[in-house]
Design a protein around this ligand. Structure first.
Ligand SMILES: [Zn+2]
Length: 270
């Protein structure tokens, strides 16, 4: 019997990376942990073809199209065309992950800003939600997302652009900004880490109807799996932690995060 009902969705995993298990085994283990679907996120240029192929071969997967800020130094017109092409795939549910990472600075900041902006603009053009990565770059992220919101309004007439701040580790102030702008906030295994009290405080303040859960596999395995390679099955530990912090039954967390994920990404699921 599933440990949780309804089933969970892992809203953010990188299944195109190297794992000890095969993707079939990962999906099977996820199912046993009560996880029915996984969104596999494009990040590197080579991910674009791989995530599509994974989705062609596995029915419980959806994918995204986009380039991570770490790879912004490789952003070219040609790569942008690949992102555009992939976004037309029937199982592509969002643009991302995109954003700014001034903690690692793997790409220079000017390149990061160009790559972020062009993908945000593209998401307006195709009317798809965005998956935003931001680390140590709150001010610039706020500025870009504010501009994005006004572009979205002009194009779509809707008040707020759809999107999620993924693997949230920013400040409470940034969470307030993101919620005001209409974003969902997705929490990963970080909320189970001993030194993450600040992030747990953000969990406590985010309304239930704006929460998503994710693993960000293969990184950031939650307690009690720390030190292992992360995998979508472990999103159950993230959901359990949210249940504890929100003082809600686990099934209530499953129900609302599942509904939120379906709504944000327009997934063809019940
Ligand atoms: Zn990621």
């Amino acid at each position: 019997m599933s440990p949780v009902s309804p089933k969970l969705i892992d809203s953010h995993a990188h299944l195109d990376y190297e794992y000890d298990d095969s993707v079939d085994e990962l999906i099977e283990k996820a199912a046993l942990a009560g996880v029915s679907h996984i969104i596999t996120i494009a990040a590197e240029p080579a991910s674009l073809k791989r995530v599509r192929k994974l989705c062609d071969n596995h029915k419980n997967l959806f994918h995204t199209s986009g380039i991570h800020p770490h790879e912004a130094k490789d952003w070219t017109e040609e790569l942008f065309s690949e992102v555009k092409d992939l976004s037309q795939s029937p199982k592509c549910v969002a643009i991302g992950e995109l954003g700014l990472d001034y903690y690692y600075d793997h790409s220079d900041r000017d390149s990061q800003l160009v790559c972020f902006r062009e993908q945000l603009d593209f998401s307006v053009e195709v009317g798809k939600p965005v998956i935003v990565h931001t680390r140590d770059a709150e001010e610039d992220t706020e500025e870009e997302l504010t501009r994005h919101a006004s572009d979205w309004r002009k194009q779509h007439g809707m008040e707020k652009p759809p999107g999620v701040i993924h693997c949230f580790i920013a400040s409470e102030k940034f969470a307030e900004f993101a919620l005001k702008e209409g974003y969902f906030i997705s929490f990963s295994g970080i909320i189970t880490f001993k030194n993450a009290e600040d992030v747990r405080n953000v969990v406590r303040m985010v309304p239930m109807d704006r929460l998503l859960v994710e693993t960000d596999s293969p990184y950031l395995a939650p307690v009690p799996h720390r030190g292992e390679q992360n995998q979508p099955a472990y999103v159950l530990s993230v959901a359990k932690k949210i249940a504890e912090l929100k003082e809600q039954p686990l099934n209530a967390v499953a129900k609302i995060t599942r509904a939120n994920t379906i709504r944000l990404f327009s997934l063809p699921l019940a």
